[in-house]
Design a protein around this ligand. Structure first.
Ligand code: PLP
Length: 360
């Protein structure tokens, strides 16, 4: 045993943690590596947080996040009791894995998806089976159906998927839900506001559907740490049990105030998400002109590869020019780069730099 690990519980010695994209403090860096929104949050969010900081910080926040759950429920046309809020959707996902997938039967997930899912499986001892995306890097929901119902313990997918950006239509989500009766299907909609359809409208019809969203991406609040789940009451009750056995106050007063304000400034949300979508379309065309293959994206990032250039070398060359993009080592995406959609000047800087690198 490594002496550094002598105080560690045996269970954590074998953990393989998630590796977040880097956050270097380099002035002037064009940061297109972690899918943050290139625009700041609504000024109303900052005002609400400032006001909240001035009063009541000596008191614990509302453990039920009632005001936020009511705002989220009204926004999505569901009941507040059908909403669970957490400290970033990563926490909501972790609680959901613990609540619904720890029963010995394998959890199905795409082979190429958000890598945190496998990390939670490691943390909680959940068996999983990676279901390959098809040749076009798309999820085929028929691949998740199993003749033996005991062969599946649940399904988790991201829609749009990460890091491909590809979205499934709601009809495919329904097909998936119908093929998994009695098992939770978790749909992670971190990027849904950039061009996909949310499954939240389906929760009343499917007792096995849990939808998870975040304020980190389309609401520009990655720094505030707020996420939520929507589902029927019995699923929400399970998440509340896990939360109240772990941390009763996952959302602080500033996060609650800022998150509510983010949903109250609808105009700002529409303006910034459409700006990102427009930049994505422009960036896609510009990179195709440079010879890149770009997967069709409904998210605030694109997954690209160049048929004649090594992805790691491209990422290094960009880095030398002050531009960060994300590369993943896993075999199916090792020749791709994931590029977050920036502001128009950031996208332009990227296209210019790639133009220079490709002629060298
Ligand atoms: C960014 C992201 C999350 C995490 O969101 P937080 O709310 O910031 O924890 C979850 N799922 C996917 C697919 C993501 O890309």
């Amino acid at each position: 045993m490594n002496p550094e690990e002598s105080f560690w519980s045996p269970a954590i010695r074998s953990l393989v943690p998630y590796v977040p994209g880097e956050q270097p403090k380099i002035p002037g860096l064009v940061k297109l590596n972690t899918n943050e929104n290139p625009y700041p949050p609504s000024p109303q969010v900052v005002q609400a947080i400032t006001a909240a900081a001035r009063q009541g910080l000596q008191l614990y926040p509302d453990p039920q996040a009632t005001a936020l759950r009511e705002v989220l429920a009204a926004h999505h046309g569901i009941a507040a009791g059908q909403v669970f809020a957490g400290n970033g959707s990563d926490e909501v996902l972790a609680h959901a894995f613990f609540a619904f997938f720890r029963h010995g039967r394998p959890l199905l997930m795409p082979d190429v998806t958000y890598s945190f899912y496998q990390v939670y499986c490691g943390l909680y001892g959940i068996a999983f089976e990676a279901v390959p995306l098809d040749e076009q890097m798309q999820i085929q929901v028929a691949d998740y159906a199993r003749a033996d119902p005991l062969a599946v313990g649940g399904v988790v997918i991201a829609n749009p998927n990460a890091p491909t950006g590809c979205a499934l239509p709601l009809a495919a989500i329904e097909q998936l839900l119908q093929s998994q009766p009695g098992r939770v299907v978790l749909v992670d909609e971190a990027y849904v506001d950039f061009g996909a359809d949310s499954a939240i409208g389906l929760i009343d019809r499917y007792p096995n559907l849990l939808v998870v969203q975040t304020l980190s991406k389309a609401r520009s609040l990655a720094g505030l740490r707020v996420g939520f789940a929507a589902g029927q009451r019995h699923l929400i009750a399970a998440l509340e049990r896990v939360k109240d056995s772990f941390n009763s106050y996952p959302l602080d007063r500033l996060a609650l105030a800022g998150a509510v304000a983010a949903y109250q400034d609808h105009a700002y949300f529409e303006q910034t998400r459409f700006a990102v979508m427009r930049s994505r379309e422009g960036l896609t065309l510009a990179l195709e002109d440079l010879g890149f293959e770009v997967l069709p994206s409904s998210a605030n990032f694109i997954l690209v590869r160049h048929p004649r250039r090594d992805a790691v070398l491209l990422a290094q060359a960009l880095r030398e020019r002050g531009i960060l993009v994300r590369h993943f080592g896993s075999p199916r995406v090792a020749q791709y780069l994931r590029i977050s959609v920036g502001t128009p000047p950031q996208c332009e800087a990227l296209v210019q730099a790639l133009g220079t690198i490709l002629v060298a």
